[in-house]
Design a protein around this ligand. Structure first.
Ligand code: NAP
Length: 476
């Protein structure tokens, strides 16, 4: 199977182009070849998006945009199994989780369809200022033009839609650069939009290497906004190069979860094991640090280890599999080095830590310190650390001792404590009695500190993908 860029609805299938293999992370078998785009292709794609924006999309009424988004949702729903299989195969994500991802992606499209019809402004009370009599002022939310969407491998469908769907809902055109490891779902998604009636050129996908195409895309003068989800180093580079363009950066995290002494351990262990090891920890809000009150620490650890050992490890395409490989061997080897490094500095591996190819078994660590990489940095791997604490203030301090601040979980039955701690945590979002890893697609989502800039969550992404324009009238 050849995966090519799609520009103005056309695929680039000529022979003698450079290709890149796409491999199934579980068995390393080649499942597709990407036909790599050149800088000329990139420029052609942006020019075409720009032209389509001015010729068609800018003038398209909201109800038509909403209809296309709804039709795409319906088509995706009808092909749920095909898309789930694709994600499972290209990303190595267990089928159960891949199906969840498709279901969420359908919802994102539905939300975008609804919000497309609700983009509005407000009337400004100009007579609030002296001299403002006989003047009428109002605002409109207008589209930006061409939006560049750069997406990661870990939710190749849903996180791409968190950018594409709001951008189209708001009346922009999109140049889409998916991750090179997971291009197949992206390719199929663009075709789905066309099938749903999206005009050619409103969504162009460019298949190529981020390190080659990233800079020219971000710096392109016809791109008005860059929305990026991915790693901190790449995000920092985008911030520097984007200059005056609008940007959204959804970056990494080392999410904390705090278990207070009054929490019901039995009801939360299962959920937290999922939160730590779903998709092998390759989730930006994965539960990486679990702080447990010292009075329940031993009981919690024992139950957590038992539950972790019960995870079914295997082929992502097998219905029974809970836990599969990491995205590639390089990523798994890097994670293993971090484990070894922590162990050589006194940490203990309670279970896991075995590496075979891209498969790193679910790893629980104790006796860790805040200066170890497994705590201080984003592990983005199946590694969780369980750490005892004595006081509320200590748990808050440990949680906040991070360059990141994306999402956290707190477990307690004391509402006053929960709300106090939620306020004190330096995070973009806090869940009470829910794991940090839980995300719904319509709440505001994004980080503070080095976890990012801006918010997604359809409605909030639409705000960031429009410009507020003021229009004033002097009345006679
Ligand atoms: P990544 O290596 O940063 O890649 C993300 C995307 O950026 C890919 O499409 C990549 O293309 C592209 N890229 C690479 N170099 C670039 C450059 N110089 N300029 C512009 N784009 C460039 O991230 P990843 O490994 O795919 O994803 C893991 C990271 O994403 C983790 O840090 C995770 O926390 C973060 N993440 C954050 C959120 C959130 O919402 N906050 C959600 C999910 C993931 P290639 O694939 O061709 O290299």
């Amino acid at each position: 199977m050849f995966i090519s860029s799609i520009i103005n609805g056309e695929m680039y299938n000529e022979e003698n182009r450079e290709t890149l293999p796409v491999k199934n992370p579980y068995n390393q078998q080649e499942i597709a070849k990407i036909i790599l785009a050149s800088r000329e292709d990139l420029n052609a794609a942006v020019d075409n998006c720009y032209e389509t924006y001015h010729r068609i999309i800018k003038k398209m009424p909201a109800y038509e945009r909403a209809d296309i988004l709804l039709k795409t949702a319906q088509l995706l729903e009808a092909r749920r199994e095909d898309f789930a299989q694709t994600v499972a195969e290209e990303a190595g994500k267990p089928l159960k989780l891949s199906r969840d991802e498709v279901d969420r992606a359908v919802q994102v499209l539905r939300f975008a369809s609804e919000y497309a019809k609700q983009i509005n402004g407000e009337v400004i009370p100009l007579d609030a200022a002296v001299g403002g009599e006989n003047r009428l002022g109002f605002t409109k939310r207008i589209p930006l033009g061409v939006v560049a969407a750069i997406t990661p491998f870990n939710f190749p469908l849903n996180l791409s839609l968190h950018k594409i769907a709001p951008a189209l809902a708001a009346g922009n055109t999109v140049i889409f650069k998916p991750a090179e490891k997971t291009p197949i779902s992206a390719f199929k998604l663009v075709q789905l939009f066309h099938e749903a009636g999206l005009p050619k050129g409103a969504l162009n996908v460019i298949m190529g290497l981020g390190e080659e195409l990233g800079d020219p895309l971000v710096e392109h003068d016809k791109v008005q906004k860059v929305t990026f989800t991915g790693s901190l180093p790449v995000g920092k580079g985008i911030r520097e190069k984007a200059e005056f363009k609008k940007i959204t950066l959804e970056l990494g995290s080392n999410s904390p979860n705090i278990i207070f002494e009054d929490a019901d351990i039995d009801s939360l262990v299962d959920n937290l094991v999922t939160g730590a090891f779903a998709f092998s920890g390759q989730v930006c809000i994965s539960a990486q640090r679990i702080y447990v009150h010292e009075s329940i620490y031993n009981e919690f650890l024992k139950k957590f280890v038992t539950q972790t050992k019960a995870l079914q490890i295997g082929d992502p395409l097998d219905e029974k599999t809970d836990f599969g490989p990491m995205i590639d061997e390089e990523a798994a080897e890097r994670a293993k080095l971090w484990i070894d490094d922590a162990v050589s500095n006194g940490a203990k591996v309670e279970t896991g830590g075995e590496l075979t190819g891209a498969m790193l078994t679910p790893t629980i660590m104790t006796n860790v310190h805040n200066d170890m990489k497994v705590i201080a940095e984003e592990v983005f791997a199946p590694i969780v650390s369980i750490i005892p604490f004595r006081t509320e203030e200590e748990a808050i301090k440990l949680s906040n001792d991070s360059i990141y601040g994306l999402q956290a979980g707190i477990f307690t039955n004391d509402i006053n404590r929960a709300l106090y701690v939620a306020d004190e945590l330096e995070m973009g979002g806090v869940w009470i009695n829910e794991i940090s890893t839980y995300r719904q697609d319509n709440h505001p989502y994004g980080g503070v500190k080095q976890s990012g800039i801006g918010r997604e969550g359809v409605k909030y992404a639409i705000d960031d993908m429009t410009e507020l324009k003021f229009i004033g009238i002097k009345l006679n």
